[in-house]
Design a protein around this ligand. Structure first.
Ligand code: PA5
Length: 463
């Protein structure tokens, strides 16, 4: 069953003059059509290779499923070393499709333990080493560039430990997922003989979950990666129209584009399911890194973008929702609802004498969370704040594939409508290059000189 996009509460008919008129959609119809056509014409080309991932990976999927079974049979832990687009997808899919306390389950009820290490906090590295035995662990080093300082420093620490603990066998504990032709990791992989998976050249980090970056970790966790890809292809085919009313991702993009022009600078992603909590993190990177651009395609300074914010229903009803209902009209709030939870639990009887609590008894937690979602939707709408809902029938590999592809399509369409380069990340590169310069990396002398010449901090402002 396909996910549903309900945009009633983006519209003037629901939220009055804060809302979007059908004539507003009509006014940008040509831009939307152009975005759709551009996408279709460039499918599978340049930085849009990700659009073909649901269709062109038969051999690699077969290999991954085989390799995953071997890993599950031989090892106790699977650790991803990666950051950004090389970590957020695997984390989101793990959280969505595995038991919510997966690593705490007893061994026979789960597969290998799973960790994603996406930071260079030394305490975190020690904590990992406290709970895994490297001899029983496979480390999946994921970096497309093969140059990212965070991932390569983790790689160096772990390979040093493996060499000491596993002797000649150490290289069997590393799987490299990287570019086939560029970067250091592929060179190291060839030298050391690591098992290797390739990230296609035209697949950027934040669009890479449906290639081996995400497929190998998912398969190791026993997730049905064929269904994941099939879900992505199903929504892709359902978005096969240049008319926003017939293409849900294009409608979502069109509405966000109009909303941005109306000063809605914030996009809140608020799933009402713990299993989708990290999907909001993944979305934040996709939306933020893709759309936050200083210049448009002609080089004009535009400072485009919409700040993505993650929230969790119902938890953040008791934290953020006060602001969302009564604060500035600067947000679009996207709720994600799940109709049928994989498990539900009845709220027991026991307080007949307290009507203030008793009204809950006999209902289920699933009913409660969904009723609260609808109640929040009502409160947001009543206070005239733009909101929309993406509804999943249930959380499974197919609907997760759909959801991720939906957001990727939406992002690509909006990027085109904004006339920016959706697929680069000069702001991220700037930080990476500054780190290289501060560590005196060869080739970064000019950047070092630039940093040295930058104005120094004023001690007066540090108190
Ligand atoms: O989306 C992106 O391209 C980035 O977030 C990258 O994924 C991130 O910087 C990690 O890069 P790499 O995979 O080259 O280590």
């Amino acid at each position: 069953m396909l996910i549903k996009f309900d945009f009633n509460n983006m519209m003037e008919s629901s939220i009055g003059d804060q809302g979007i008129k059908e004539s507003d959609i009509e006014a940008v119809k040509d831009k939307a059509k152009d975005a759709y056509q551009y996408f279709e014409q460039n499918r599978g080309k340049g930085w849009m290779e990700w659009s073909e991932l649901p269709y062109n990976q038969e051999n690699v999927v077969r290999d991954i499923i085989y390799e995953a079974a071997e890993i599950r049979a031989k090892y106790k832990n699977f650790v991803v070393l990666g950051i950004g687009g090389s970590a957020l997808g695997p984390m989101a899919v793990f959280n969505a499709l595995c038991h919510l306390k997966y690593n705490d389950l007893e061994e026979k009820k789960r597969g290998v333990k799973f960790y994603v290490e996406d930071n260079v906090d030394p305490e975190r590295m020690y904590a990992l080493l406290d709970v895994i035995d490297p001899k029983e662990t496979v480390f999946n080093v994921i970096t497309k560039s093969g140059a990212t300082s965070e991932t390569m420093s983790q790689y160096l620490i772990i390979t040093d430990i493996l060499k000491k603990k596993c002797g000649e066998e150490w290289a069997k504990h590393i799987i490299a997922t990287t570019s086939e032709n560029k970067g250091n990791l592929i060179k190291l992989a060839k030298k050391e003989g690591f098992k290797t998976y390739f990230i296609p050249e035209g697949v950027g980090g934040r669009f890479s979950e449906l290639c081996p970056v995400g497929l190998l970790p998912a398969a190791v966790l026993g997730i049905d990666i064929i269904s994941l890809l099939r879900g992505a292809s199903e929504i892709d085919k359902a978005c096969n129209s240049s008319d926003p009313y017939k293409n849900p991702a294009l409608m979502a993009a069109t509405l966000q584009f109009i909303a941005m022009n109306k000063g809605k600078n914030i996009s809140v992603m608020m799933p009402y399911a713990d299993s989708l909590k990290l999907m909001a993190d993944w979305y934040c990177q996709l939306w933020g890194e893709s759309l936050g651009k200083a210049a448009d395609l002609q080089g004009n300074i535009v400072h485009a973008g919409q700040t993505p914010v993650k929230a969790l229903g119902v938890t953040d009803q008791h934290s953020q929702v006060q602001l969302y209902t009564e604060g500035p009209f600067d947000k679009v709030i996207t709720l994600i609802g799940v109709k049928n939870f994989r498990k539900d639990i009845e709220i027991a009887q026991g307080v007949e004498e307290f009507p203030d609590v008793n009204f809950l008894c006999g209902h289920t937690m699933g009913e409660l969370i969904n009723t609260e979602r609808e109640a929040t939707e009502y409160a947001l709408t009543r206070s005239k704040h733009m909101n929309n809902t993406i509804l999943l029938d249930s959380v499974n590999a197919n609907t997760i594939g759909q959801l991720m592809m939906f957001f990727q399509l939406e992002t690509a369409y909006v990027g085109k409508m904004l006339n920016i380069d959706t697929f680069n990340q000069p702001g991220v590169e700037e930080g990476k290059n500054a780190t290289y310069a501060m560590f005196n990396r060869k080739g970064y002398e000019a950047k070092k000189a630039e940093l040295d010449a930058a104005p120094k901090k004023n001690a007066k402002y540090i108190i």
